[in-house]
Design a protein around this ligand. Structure first.
Ligand code: ADP
Length: 269
């Protein structure tokens, strides 16, 4: 495998996930990666405070993965230093009757972070071109139009001050088997396992194709996809943290000027 595995595929190029090594880690070891992670998390906390105080931009982090791909773990680790007051996590499940009575982006749009906030999507509108496509929950002529619709929706958000980062946590089928087995072997992890997960695993190839199309067709400069090698949890977390910190650094964040002139102010006894 190439030593410099790209994180963001070239815009417009056809993506083949088998070209991306889920074990890739730049030859880093866990200890070195953890040190960098700690340093980055401190910076992340400082930048998030500025984002919140400035109340001008927002950041949307979209996480997609196969079952046991590490979405929950990444959310727990990457965001463990930031102020919970400025972060909103939304987990998108099977749509409710009310959600199904609307267009598929209705529930998504409502969860987009407002100015000053970081929004984390644990699953997202991409389910509407993944599980929906694989399980034929709507006809092909319906889901096929969604790639353009999603691009238009994300463009609208980007034009309105939302920085969008989309992560596909890329694990191998073997790694998924191992993680499922760990869940089965540990009664405290049984709640994370459902027999339905095995049905999804059986359709692995179909899901890979659906992911490849979603990443290929919706990888845009205003809402890029990042293919994160995720077999090693510590490398996965490092890549996600680095990407977020980089994006925040580029937003030109600053603390706002005070509303009043504070020179010479004395606090009375
Ligand atoms: P997770 O696996 O994310 O921890 P759950 O086990 O509750 O959480 O799974 C959520 C389920 O909801 C997944 O099977 C996912 O495919 C499904 N889901 C999410 N969005 C949609 C959608 N738009 N249409 C159909 N199913 C969806």
């Amino acid at each position: 495998m190439s030593k410099q595995q790209p994180l963001t595929p070239k815009f417009g190029s056809k993506i083949r996930l088998k070209d991306f090594d889920p074990d890739y880690c730049e030859d880093l070891d866990k200890k070195t990666a953890k040190k960098e992670e700690d340093r980055l998390e401190k910076r992340f906390a400082a930048l998030q405070e500025m984002l919140y105080a400035q109340n001008k931009h927002s950041l949307l982090v979209v996480l997609q993965a196969m079952d046991a791909g590490g979405k929950d773990g990444a959310i727990k680790k990457v965001f463990d230093s930031v102020n919970p007051q400025g972060v909103q996590v939304t987990s998108f499940k099977v749509p409710t009757a009310e959600e199904l009575a609307h267009d598929y982006l209705w529930r998504i749009h409502k969860a987009v972070p407002g100015r000053g906030f970081i929004g984390i999507f644990n699953r997202s509108h991409y389910e509407d071109v993944l599980v929906v496509r694989v399980n034929e929950l709507v006809p092909q002529d319906v889901w096929v139009k969604r790639y353009d619709q999603i691009n238009a929706f994300e463009r609208l958000l980007a034009d309105n001050g939302v920085t969008i980062l989309k992560f596909y946590l890329h694990i191998s089928k073997d790694e998924q088997k191992q993680r499922f087995q760990e869940r089965l072997d540990n009664p405290d992890k049984h709640w994370k396992f459902s027999l339905g997960d095995l049905g999804v695993r059986e359709r692995w190839g179909d899901y890979m194709q659906a992911y490849e199309d979603a990443i290929t067709l919706c990888n845009t400069p205003y809402a890029p996809w990042h293919i994160v090698p995720a077999n090693r949890k510590w490398y996965r977390d490092l890549v996600v943290t680095r990407t977020i910190v980089n994006a925040l650094e580029q937003m030109g964040l600053a603390y706002p000027e005070p509303e009043d002139d504070l020179t010479g102010v004395v606090i009375p006894d």
